[in-house]
Design a protein around this ligand. Structure first.
Ligand code: NAD
Length: 356
């Protein structure tokens, strides 16, 4: 018998085409909110306005100023706007950046958050917040930032370009992969993670071939939900730490970095995580998990190496040192040489080795 602890995350989920407009007003009402501020990034402003229009009098305004990695001044400004508008809750419409701003507001004010995701980042499923100040990103866990309700609308994601869809989808796979070997994994979370990988890996080629395929878009959002829930329930390892360093210190783009690094991080961890690799192998229908993960982004024009993402070669060693000197759980011992080998391979971007 395997012993474990599992903590359910209290939240309601609605998934259906059109739900951003048809379901959000009902979710606001269920939470007994009367004046919600709709948050988005600048590119999502039009969608945010459509959500605001559907809310009518229950909308206190639209604040379309979310930025990647939630700069502290962006959070300060949003909190001022929330207070000035007398809002009693927020609806975050967009990717992880918009939801991240919604979480920062929830953290500071305690106001409830409804999330309407437009990417596959999975942030909506986690109690994890992030804030960037003086060039460094801090993250933490707080139940108050977990959205009370998540509204998945596949129609919102029709406009997500194929390259962003694929990298965001692989970002979701990374959550599930690391959840499978996390020290606090549990059987129900592993079920969600394995199924999340299966669903997402099936949806990505379909939406790459036909980006406006609503069914594939819906399946990808469902996969993102399962993978995000796995992320929210567990502690992440080497892969997420590497991406945190590469994004936080070197400014590399979030989902693209996950897509480049994941095959090599998995190849490194594979010998120490046979059960997780077996689950990933079943979900991806392969005996070569790192290779199959790398192939998911093939043929889509997505950058395939850290060099292509613009990392300077001299920074590979610096990033390796930063990632190796921190403490975090990982199935395989994290050594300075091991991390450097993973990052050198990701920098070059070839087929993942099996002998890290
Ligand atoms: P993002 O939210 O920055 O979106 C990426 C780009 O895609 C943006 O330019 C955005 O305008 C555009 N976009 C989003 N949805 C679109 C759509 N449907 N159509 C067209 N364009 C669209 O990126 P992301 O990858 O979703 O999120 C990354 C951020 O989320 C990072 O800051 C990361 O740290 C955070 N994150 C947090 C968690 C967590 O649990 N706290 C989990 C995952 C990611």
């Amino acid at each position: 018998m395997r012993e474990f602890v599992y903590e359910a995350q209290p939240m309601r989920v609605v998934l259906r085409p059109g739900a951003s407009v048809t379901a959000v007003p009902g979710e606001v009402e269920r939470l007994r909110l009367r004046r919600v501020l709709v948050i988005s990034g600048p590119r999502g402003a039009e969608t945010a306005r459509a959500v605001a229009d559907a809310l009518g009098d229950a909308c206190a305004g639209v604040h379309a100023e979310a930025r990647m990695h939630v700069p502290a001044e962006t959070a300060d400004r949003a909190v001022e706007v929330v207070r000035a508008a007398g809002a009693d809750g927020c609806v975050a419409v967009g990717g992880g950046s918009a939801i991240g701003l919604g979480k920062a507001i929830a953290l500071r004010t305690g106001l409830p958050l409804i999330a309407v995701p437009s990417t596959y980042s999975g942030s909506e499923m986690t109690p994890v917040w992030g804030l960037t100040e003086h060039g460094a990103k801090r993250t933490g866990r707080d139940p108050s930032v977990l959205p009370r309700s998540v509204v998945y609308d596949p129609e919102l994601t029709l406009s997500l370009p194929v390259d962003l869809s694929v990298t965001s989808g692989v970002n979701a796979l990374a959550h599930a992969a690391e959840a499978l070997y996390a020290p606090d994994a549990s059987p129900p979370v592993s079920l969600m993670a394995e199924e999340g990988v299966r669903v997402m890996a099936g949806a990505l080629p379909a939406l790459t071939a036909a980006p406006r395929d609503l069914d594939a878009r819906g399946r990808a959002l469902y996969g993102a939900w399962l993978c995000g829930a796995a992320l929210g329930a567990t502690t992440m390892g080497l892969h997420h730490k590497l991406c945190h360093v590469l994004g936080g210190t070197f400014g590399l783009p979030h989902a693209e970095t996950h897509t480049v690094v994941l095959p090599y991080a998995l190849a490194y961890n594979a010998p120490a995580a046979p059960e997780a690799m077996a689950a990933l192998g079943r979900a991806l229908d392969t005996s070569d998990v790192p290779g199959a993960v790398r192939d998911l982004a093939g043929g889509t024009g997505v950058p395939r190496s850290l060099a292509a993402l613009g990392l300077a070669e001299a920074d590979v060693a610096v990033a390796a040192r930063l990632a190796a000197e921190q403490a975090y759980p990982n199935p395989r011992k994290v050594t300075a040489e091991g991390v450097l080998a993973v990052l050198e391979a990701a920098y070059a971007g070839g087929r993942p080795r099996t002998d890290f």
